[in-house]
Design a protein around this ligand. Structure first.
Ligand code: PAF
Length: 268
């Protein structure tokens, strides 16, 4: 594996299909599964590690975001990344960045609780695309709203990039893997989040009743921000007469750590 800091354009091979795995580091099995998933779709796998200040609406969260570069490099190498790119702030943002538009979806759910987050996230993803010029890029389904917004941005700018989604990887108790999980002290409480998602599945009760029951599982010390069933095409909360594949989406805080998760829910 080649590891570089700045100067990505000089390090990219030409005439091959490049696959990009954008990350903010603190790698875990979820990131490594993205490498496995993208490999059959490209000739060269590039992984970027850049903790993007523009997408943090909370300075304390940015300051404590885990930075584990050497461990990340070892993991990336073991996963078969060809080129690990850890750019400086000035390679990504040589001047003042022009923010991407996140639209109404950028201000709903996660966007309501993290103002500016999605515009900052889209801005860096667009810039990574510009610098790497990938044929294909992959993002985890755990960040479902992020994935939807990236797809919308690619469509809006007609970018010739195929966007793949990697399934959420979970711990044995169901908790979705996330870099911030290392800060959770009450792990057994955190496991109530996937339990609430699981509760929404396979029931014949109306969606509103299922939601009320699932919300009642998310009691203190969890601070729930939202738990909704949405139509994944429109992102509108579903009504009781909806039939088909809905998505349960949730966000909650525990031990000062924000956790998000989602799952498919079949409504018959
Ligand atoms: O999901 C992430 O890790 C980040 O939001 C991303 C896509 C790498 C952009 O900074």
């Amino acid at each position: 594996m080649k590891r570089i800091t700045d100067g990505i354009s000089k390090s990219l091979p030409s005439g091959v299909r490049i696959g990009l795995v954008p990350t903010m580091g603190a790698l875990h099995a979820g990131h490594l599964s993205l490498v496995d998933a993208i490999r059959p779709h490209c000739d060269v796998v590039v992984m970027s590690i850049f903790v993007n200040p523009l997408q943090f609406n909370n300075a304390a969260d940015l300051a404590r975001y885990p930075r584990t570069e050497d461990a990340d490099a070892a993991l990336a190498e073991s996963a078969g990344v060809d080129l690990l790119w850890i750019p400086s702030q000035s390679e990504i943002y040589p001047g003042a960045a022009e923010l991407e538009e996140a639209g109404w979806l950028g201000s709903a759910f996660e966007g309501l609780h993290r103002p500016g987050h999605f515009a900052g996230m889209l801005t860096v993803v667009r810039r990574l695309f510009e610098l790497v010029n990938p044929s294909v890029a992959i993002f985890g389904e755990k960040d479902l709203q992020q994935l939807a917004l990236i797809r919308r941005m690619v469509d809006a700018h007609s970018l010739p990039i195929e966007i793949l989604a990697g399934p959420t990887i979970r711990e044995s108790d169901g908790l979705a893997l996330a870099s911030r999980n290392r800060f959770i002290k009450q792990r057994e409480v955190a496991a109530r989040l996937p339990a609430a998602l699981f509760h929404l599945q396979g029931s014949s009760k109306p969606a509103s009743l299922r939601l009320a029951e699932a919300r009642s599982l998310l009691t203190a010390p969890l601070e729930i921000e939202y738990l909704e069933l949405i139509d994944p095409l429109t992102w509108a909360p579903i009504s009781d007469d909806f039939r088909g594949q809905a998505r349960a989406i949730l966000a909650a805080s525990l031990d000062g750590v924000r956790l998000i998760d989602n799952d498919l829910v079949e409504i018959r």
